[in-house]
Design a protein around this ligand. Sequence first.
Ligand code: F6P
Length: 321
Amino acid sequence: MRTLAVMTAGGDAPGMNPCIRAVVRTALNYEMKVLGVVGGFDGLIRGNFTPLGARDVGGILQRGGTILQTARSKTFLEPFAQQEALRQLNAAGVDALVVIGGGGSQRGALALHQRGVPVVGVPASIDNDIYGTDICIGVDTALNTIVDAIDKLRDTASSHNRAFLVETMGHESGYLALQAGIISGAELVLIPEIETSVEAVAQAIQDAYRRGKTHAIIVAAEGARPSVAQLASQIDEMEVGFTMRVTILGHIQRGGKPSAFDRLLASRLGTRAVELLREGRRGVMVGLSGREVVAVDLADVASRKRELPMEYYQMAITLAR
Ligand code: F6P
């Protein structure tokens, strides 16, 4: 294996840069040539490659985002686009590819593997919704960002006796909201995996008021229904004690310098991805299981759903008293 390509795809996640750095420097250590694909799968279709040396990945360990740029590519779902990507990889003399990204990106990696490209995936998504790894690159940093924001919201909430509905990202998963709810002491967590009603949320807010709390924090995953906007407008009409405010944390959750945990995770997974390719493994994604780095078939990653650890939901309720 002489030439390795590395790319980031899908939504960015803090820790992608340390992962790129780990892939590049591990490959250089094995005397491979490294090409970066610029702009995710769209960049791959266009053949947008850039050579990466040790200095090109210097000073990026602490930077959020991705120096290789990323994109959500609809085109890559088309067979002709995958064929064109294959042609570009061959034309550039690429022997193997590392794809760093979320669930959609791992499915893209699988499509290339099925077309004969030696590929290893690395999970990076703040949503933590990928089968085959306990945690994805970016989750820890996002949680730290969320908890910092909620700590600040609580200051103003208790000064004004208000209830805040705080929406987190997570796509269709409640993972981020649930973890954030526990570590920020939320009164209630709303996740897509568990049905709730406007009345139940209003009741939880009123209960907090009656127990003498100075504020209430409700953390809601973006995929949870009713949405925070629907909840706020309806609960405002009810007598719950607190006045209501809504904060949608949005894309700030995806930015910022990667945490110590994410830098280490990204370095471990990036290093292992290159080692696996050298060992002749293909069509797998690296992941963390307990404290160990493991390899999972991309076919399983693409077809299976990561279950939310529901014991956390009960814990969130118990600790909210
Ligand atoms: O997949 C990561 C994620 O941040 C989700 O939590 C969110 O639903 C989505 O991306 C937002 O995507 P975009 O950056 O395309 O607005």
